[in-house]
Design a protein around this ligand. Structure first.
Ligand SMILES: *[C@@H]1O[C@H](CO)[C@@H](O)[C@H](O)[C@H]1NC(C)=O
Ligand SMILES: *[C@@H]1O[C@H](CO)[C@@H](O)[C@H](O)[C@H]1NC(C)=O
Ligand SMILES: *[C@@H]1O[C@H](CO)[C@@H](O)[C@H](O)[C@H]1NC(C)=O
Ligand SMILES: *[C@@H]1O[C@H](CO)[C@@H](O)[C@H](O)[C@H]1NC(C)=O
Ligand SMILES: *[C@@H]1O[C@H](CO)[C@@H](O)[C@H](O)[C@H]1NC(C)=O
Ligand SMILES: *[C@@H]1O[C@H](CO)[C@@H](O)[C@H](O)[C@H]1NC(C)=O
Ligand SMILES: *[C@@H]1O[C@H](CO)[C@@H](O)[C@H](O)[C@H]1NC(C)=O
Ligand SMILES: *[C@@H]1O[C@H](CO)[C@@H](O)[C@H](O)[C@H]1NC(C)=O
Length: 219
């Protein structure tokens, strides 16, 4: 059953045309379009040239090729996370450790979204920690993944060059971070498989809107 599902989805992967490119922090390696439906865009291993990334008040910048999309960011505190399993909550293997809850965005182009890693309260996240973040992006036709390996620093700041494309009104920060890992999680995709992830939509629209309302109310 699972196998046949994978076969069906692998047919869909070829049809995925909307992608995203993580601009900041730098991904593990150059963008590989065909690998984006796989764990970390096909890059299995962490790299040594990690980005010094703010423990609090960080920003991710990406380029969306899709006009309507859902994004979430998960984190691993392993030195070399090699699969989605390494991004799950040690106390609950079916939940990801999220530093940005799934949220819905519109527009293609460059987007900057705030991410406060310290506020996630995830165990092992502190000044000097080596971590990896994985961006989960869904433009409506399947989930896409890119990873960045980081060293967290309480005195690092986001370089202005990293966000220089996010100055226009449509590209202002409208993302969200949260204090606790969510219970909404997608089934982990196997690393570097040719199949797409089994879940297409990470969260119902009403859940997203409710989440967004809460976040906006909290601002
Ligand atoms: C690390 O080096 C690789 C290969 O040169 C490069 O593609 C990547 O952008 C670098 N990452 C960082 C964070 O500088
Ligand atoms: C992914 O797996 C394929 C074969 O299964 C291999 O050729 C490729 O090098 C792997 N990619 C990475 C980034 O390890
Ligand atoms: C963080 O990773 C770098 C290389 O990726 C390594 O040299 C360093 O020892 C690591 N630091 C810690 C605290 O594990
Ligand atoms: C990462 O996940 C794999 C299973 O996919 C597991 O074997 C390994 O121990 C995990 N690594 C860490 C550091 O948790
Ligand atoms: C910033 O913090 C790092 C450790 O996270 C430390 O190595 C570095 O010296 C600090 N830099 C400044 C300018 O304080
Ligand atoms: C900004 O946009 C230009 C193209 O308009 C692109 O070449 C450049 O890589 C982008 N920079 C960042 C940090 O996204
Ligand atoms: C910002 O808007 C200006 C004026 O419309 C436009 O020329 C520029 O390309 C836009 N920059 C980005 C990164 O979208
Ligand atoms: C574990 O996570 C799953 C998926 O997010 C959730 O449905 C379940 O309630 C969680 N279990 C516990 C014990 O928190």
């Amino acid at each position: 059953m699972r196998f046949s599902t994978a076969v069906i989805f692998s047919g869909l992967v070829a049809a995925v045309s909307a992608h995203f490119q993580l601009q900041y922090p730098a991904p593990r390696g150059p963008f590989v379009e065909d690998q984006e439906p796989n764990f970390c865009d096909g890059y299995i291993n962490a790299v040594d040239n990690r980005t010094m990334f703010p423990l609090s008040n960080g920003v991710i910048e990406l380029r969306s090729e899709h006009p309507s999309w859902t994004i979430g960011v998960i984190i691993s505190t392993a030195q070399n996370p090699t699969s989605q399993d390494n991004f799950t909550d040690p106390k609950n293997s079916s939940a990801f450790q999220q530093v940005m809850q799934y949220n819905k965005q519109s527009g293609s182009g460059y987007f900057c979204l705030p991410v406060d890693i310290q506020a996630s309260g995830i165990s092992g996240v502190k000044d000097g920690s080596n971590v990896t973040i994985e961006i989960i992006f869904d433009g409506g036709d399947g989930q896409l993944y890119q990873c960045a390996d980081l060293t967290l620093s309480s005195n690092a700041s986001v370089p202005s060059t990293a966000t220089s494309n996010c100055t226009n009104a449509t590209n202002v920060p409208i993302g969200t971070s949260t204090n606790s890992p969510t219970s909404s999680s997608t089934a982990p995709a196997s690393s570097n498989s040719s199949g797409a992830s089994p879940h297409i939509v990470p969260m119902g629209l009403s859940g997203l809107l409710a989440l967004f309302g809460l976040v906006l109310a909290g601002l």
